[in-house]
Design a protein around this ligand. Structure first.
Ligand code: TYD
Ligand code: MG
Length: 464
């Protein structure tokens, strides 16, 4: 066995290195920032030749060949399509050979299922893949594969957690893709720390990344998510890899959203929607249909908006419920919508439209476990709440687009044309939005009503 590589403990705050671990960094005084890492890091240049560590600029370096940009071959044309449409879409049009993709998500959300299906598809299309499972036994993976009706039968499985063995095995044959499930279970014998600790996760990710680049193999790594929602392990993990996908959803509901938060080969914030079924994940091609599917007819407290998820507009139902407060202070409970923003809207409704909620408990729900991140949905929230207070439904085929300002004014939304287009496609017949934001080109079958303030709108809706 080769002698143990030398390691140092580096401060993640200031970068100082220490020969021994300590609770506090002497250099900057921060606590708990020391992370074990290899002392002889970065001794190989990107072109694969060894360079020396600490020398000054000119000495010790050798001349490396340069390349004209026009001669660099573009990987755009060589993407591997998995045929799982939503997955390819979120990646920006398929898998880029030699890239490293981190797939994060809470336990049980379906990361292993998704990647096993991807591996199965790739095998089916003649691209050799290796599934490395450090979390589950071969039998467990097989049981999952059986639920997928044998579509993943040809995937090779490796039950291993030692990084060196994984890389040697993967390097021994020509592979198109490997899946590492999960990065937190993999460890290198060069570092002392237990698998899953920051230093281990970072070093293993960096080496997998190097392996991907050197062999043009695409590496998919599963990453667990901490309570705070970040991928467990250091933030730097997200900097190392090319693409970060989050797989999310509400445990109870069957649909899952795959979201790109970083993508060197495509745009971010694109989403793909799946349903988790008895037979694995199924791509949902029309998310609006899924989210509006269970909507009640003519019930008060419900309004629809179109949110942009990446480049794609999705219709979402907002539900508001205002009920008389029993005793004590009124409650405000909001799911999928920022609580402070709700408080602000309630204040605006009170002051500008004379709708007082002080004696009411207010519940707000963005249906389908969707998190509303853009202000374009404000108007639908305001309308749902007003509809609940008045106990008068708004038309089922109406859609609301607009940000609500403190003065009760309604502001235009970005990319209104695409949102209106989706609404028309889904059979909506009327759209309420800021007068100033109405696009010149109309959408077929959709009447667009321009409104200036929430008062304007409520007059229209409830004839107040
Ligand atoms: P899994 O892929 O193991 O999640 P992760 O790797 O993110 O922890 O999926 C876990 C859940 O998915 C589990 O509760 C069972 C469910 N499931 C289905 O509903 N249908 C299926 O076909 C499969 C394979 C799993
Ligand atoms: Mg798993």
């Amino acid at each position: 066995m080769s002698p143990k590589a030398k390691t140092v403990y580096r401060c993640t705050n200031c970068g100082a290195d220490h020969p021994k671990w300590a609770g506090r960094c002497d250099a900057c005084g921060e606590w708990n920032t020391l992370v074990e890492e290899m002392a002889t890091r970065a001794t190989t240049s990107a072109s694969g030749r060894r360079i020396s560590g600490q020398k000054s600029m000119a000495e010790g370096g050798s001349v490396a060949p340069t390349v004209r940009l026009r001669d660099v071959k573009s990987s755009q044309g060589r993407r591997l399509k998995t045929g799982i449409k939503e997955f390819d879409f979120v990646l920006g049009g398929g898998i880029v050979p030699g890239s490293m993709v981190l797939v994060g998500g809470e336990p049980g959300i379906g990361k292993s299922t998704l990647l096993l299906q991807v591996a199965g598809k790739l095998e089916e299309l003649g691209h050799s893949t290796l599934y490395v499972s450090g979390e589950e036994s071969a039998l467990q993976v097989k049981l999952r594969a059986e639920r997928l009706h044998g579509s993943a039968e040809n995937v090779s499985l490796l039950n291993e957690t030692l990084l060196e063995t994984i890389l040697a095995t993967a390097g021994s044959e020509r592979l198109d893709a490997i899946v590492v499930d999960s990065i937190q279970t993999v460890f290198t014998s060069d570092l002392e720390g237990a698998p899953g600790n920051v230093g281990q996760v970072r070093e293993c990710a960096a080496r997998l990344m190097r392996f991907a680049k050197e062999t043009e193999t695409t590496v998919f790594a599963v990453g667990h998510v901490t309570k705070g929602g970040g991928i467990a392990g250091p933030k730097t993990l997200e900097h190392i890899v090319d693409t970060v996908l989050y797989f999310e959803g509400e445990g109870m509901l069957e649909h899952r959203i795959l979201r790109a938060t970083k993508n060197r080969f495509g745009s971010v914030d694109e989403i793909g929607v799946f349903r988790m079924t008895e037979e694995g994940l199924i791509a949902v091609e029309n998310p609006s249909e899924l989210f509006l599917g269970d909507r009640l007819n003519n019930s008060s407290g419900s309004a629809v908006t179109a949110l942009l998820e990446g480049s794609r507009p999705v219709l979402i139902e907002i539900q508001g419920l205002a009920t008389k407060t029993g005793y004590g202070t009124a409650q405000r409970v909001s799911t999928g919508y920022d609580g402070r923003r709700l408080a602000l809207l309630l204040a605006v409704l009170d002051k500008r439209a004379g709708l007082s909620f002080s004696q009411f408990d207010v519940f707000l729900n963005v249906v389908g476990g969707v998190r509303m991140q853009e202000p374009a949905g404000d108007l639908a929230v305001a309308s749902a709440l007003a509809s609940s207070i008045y106990d008068r439904p708004v038309a089922n085929s109406a859609i609301f687009l607009g940000e609500v300002g403190l003065g009760g004014e309604i502001r235009p939304v970005s990319q209104a044309e695409r949102r209106l287009g989706e609404a028309a496609k889904m059979g909506m017949t009327v759209a309420y939005m800021s007068e100033r934001g109405i696009p010149k080109r109309g959408s077929r079958g959709l009447e667009v009503v321009g409104v200036r303030t929430i008062n304007d709108l409520f007059r229209h809706l409830f004839q107040t």
